[in-house]
Design a protein around this ligand. Structure first.
Ligand SMILES: *Cc1c(COP(=O)(O)O)cnc(C)c1O
Length: 411
């Protein structure tokens, strides 16, 4: 609030600019490492101090670039990492990251040997997978027991074992010297909704499972259930690990779950104008001629398209920020490019900066959330949808400190 009032009092302040000096493909995702570091600190400040922070970096850290984000999150105070697949875990290990890495979902039994080689912690919710992992552990003659997190299906009805089976799996993991019961876990169905009564029921089931094991003398090393929403709302008070994803990236899980003060978005997608041209009444723009000019207007070509993750559904609906104003998309978004209408009375030149989404409010671009609303989806899909051909440009204290070419196609 204070910032907003100060801004309003200083209308002449120059809008924040893109990090200077980016040389490379015009369309890029700028990743604000100060924001990430601040978000980790701000989340830890409001979360139970005894709970270790497991930074969820699946899906390339929600599109931000897994390796850099993992390193930064660990440096900022995260103790653990989580991914969705064995391949994602391998990429972290290949970069020299030694922190505990949990694979959150089921793996295929044929991946067990590789997962063990990479020293990944595994989530197990079926007998078949527990057996496959135990067999692979036996064959691997690994030096340390393989860390198993037994996943309890407490009502999400996705991956996990019903409580009775989960207890049996936990007993077997605890009794097998090749395995380690590193955790029992669950996942909420409604953590980000206004009504959390079902989540409360789920938490009771998980707590009862942990208690039943303890009564048998089996103590899982960790118990965890909370994603960003569940952790921020403290839906499971017995948590010794929390698993935030979206909040780390500065996006609220939903309207029902505000973020703590100081948390801000990490990613801004920017581009530059490639061509400036005039349209006259009757001219049409793009494939299918879906936009027809009614008066003379100036058009700007932006080199971003649906293959960059900029959805074609934004055709004639979306907008970008240019010179502090909205520039609306005219015609269809094509694979690699789209055209926007220049705001009136703004001079536009080739090479001028465009904010596609994110950035400061003064940049007038939609937020990830705003773009998601336009598309009828959630910001998770907008962030993870930014294609790997878009370079990730890492910025600290306003300076570019690294650029990551995620698949070698960006330059
Ligand atoms: C993705 C995921 C998370 C993180 O969820 P956010 O809503 O992004 O915080 C936590 N736990 C599990 C099991 C997940 O799959």
């Amino acid at each position: 609030m204070r910032r907003r009032r100060r801004r309003a009092a200083m209308p002449a302040a120059r809008p924040p600019r893109a990090a200077p000096g980016w040389r490379g493909r015009a369309t890029r995702a700028e990743i604000d490492l100060d924001a990430l570091t601040g978000n980790v600190a701000a989340l830890r400040a409001v979360l139970p101090p005894q709970a270790a922070l497991m930074a969820v970096v699946k899906a390339n850290a929600y599109g931000h670039g897994a390796v850099t984000i993992a390193r930064e999150a660990l440096a900022a105070g995260a103790a653990r990492l989580a991914v969705a697949t064995v391949g994602e875990g391998r990429a972290l290990r290949a970069a020299g990251i030694a922190a505990p890495v949990l694979v959150l979902g089921a793996i295929d039994p044929t991946e067990a040997a590789e997962a063990i080689r990479q020293q990944l912690e595994l989530t197990v919710g079926t007998e078949e997978l527990l057996e496959a992992v135990a067999d692979a552990a036996c064959r691997a003659e690994a030096e340390q027991p393989v860390a198993i997190h037994v996943k309890v299906d407490t009502g999400l009805h996705r991956y996990g074992a019903k409580p009775a089976l989960a207890l049996a799996l936990a007993r077997r993991a605890a009794a097998n010297p090749l395995l380690r019961l590193a955790g029992i876990s669950s996942h909420f169905a409604t953590a980000d909704e206004p009504d959390v009564s079902f989540a409360a029921e789920q938490a009771i089931v998980l707590a009862a499972c942990a208690e039943a094991l303890r009564a048998e003398g089996i103590t899982p090393e960790t118990v965890h259930a909370g994603n960003s929403a569940g952790s921020l709302r403290r839906l499971f008070t017995g948590a010794t690990v929390i698993r935030p994803g979206i909040a780390l990236y500065g996006i609220p899980p939903s309207d029902a779950v505000p973020l703590p003060p100081g948390v801000r978005p990490v990613m801004t997608v920017r581009s530059r104008i490639e061509r400036v041209f005039d349209l006259k009444p009757g001219d049409t723009v793009g494939y299918g001629r879906t936009y027809r000019c009614e008066r003379t207007e100036r058009a700007l070509l932006v080199p971003i398209g649906y293959a960059d993750g900029y959805a074609r559904a934004l055709s004639n609906r979306g907008w970008v920020g240019f010179a502090g104003q909205r520039a609306e998309i005219i015609g269809r978004v094509s694979m690699d490019q789209c055209v926007v209408r220049a705001p009136e009375s703004v001079a536009a030149r080739v090479g001028d900066e465009i904010t596609v989404f994110g950035g400061a409010p003064e940049e007038a671009a939609p937020s990830a959330r705003g773009l998601a609303d336009l598309l009828g989806t959630i910001p998770y899909e907008v962030l993870t949808g930014v294609a790997i051909r878009v370079p990730r440009v890492y910025v600290r204290h306003g300076e570019i400190v690294a650029a990551e070419d995620l698949n070698g196609l960006t330059s």
